[in-house]
Design a binder for this molecule. Structure first.
Ligand SMILES: [Zn+2]
Length: 209
């Protein structure tokens, strides 16, 4: 991968967890195809700052269809006046399928941001939770962590390209970082979402990396 990486750039690896791989509870299309490339990128040690996010839900989380009577996975409901997709139960805290993927050498990670641990609020972005009961989007602390290390640019990859990766890159731009989405090191949960994801990236000022 030919990337121009400055010392003030960070790599953000979003939700590279078994539950998002084929065979997992919330499988992304060809999600396992990114494992070798991410492992190689980490081994190259080209980024001075490397962060992973980890979807990390308590049992009975509000994003699970099973938490809503009569609802099925992938239905949409209104939650705090915002659309909320209901998902299969996934990335339950402490379960093996919620771990960072075991086939990747994570030893060069600087930080792990766990998200989605509020039982009543979902969190797609690594920077801010989704809309919650008070109308705000609580910070995960990632923006401050990056700024205090002098980071002004982020490269985002992982799963799912059309949900948590996109939201993370969009929030990065909204919070003042330059952001690139590493397309080949991401995969979508919805296979026909690529055109919409590219449109959203362009509208948000995210660079295709
Ligand atoms: Zn989740």
């Amino acid at each position: 991968m030919s990337l121009s990486i400055s010392p003030s750039a960070a790599l953000i690896l979003v939700d590279v967890q078994p539950d998002f791989m084929p065979g997992g509870a919330l499988a992304c299309h060809e999600g396992d195809a990114i494992i070798a490339g991410i492992d190689e990128l980490l081994r190259q040690r080209r980024f001075r700052h490397v962060v992973a996010t980890q979807d990390w839900h308590p049992a009975g989380h509000v994003s699970f269809a099973s938490s809503h009577v009569g609802r099925k996975p992938f239905e949409q409901i209104a939650l705090y006046d915002q659309p909320q997709t209901l998902w299969p139960e996934h990335c339950v805290q402490g379960t093996p399928d919620a771990e960072l993927h075991p086939a990747i050498d994570w030893s060069t990670l600087d930080a792990v941001i766990r998200k989605g641990s509020d039982p009543a609020v979902d969190s797609y972005s690594g920077f801010r939770e989704n809309h919650g009961p008070h109308g705000n989007r609580p910070s995960t602390g990632l923006a401050g962590w990056l700024r205090e290390r002098g980071v002004d640019e982020v490269f985002v990859c992982g799963l799912a390209r059309d949900v948590c990766v996109l939201w993370t890159a969009q929030d990065a731009v909204a919070l003042g970082f330059r952001a690139s989405l590493l397309w080949s090191l991401s995969r979508p949960v919805t296979p026909d979402s690529d055109a919409a994801t590219r449109d959203a990236m362009q509208a948000s000022g995210i660079v295709l990396g």
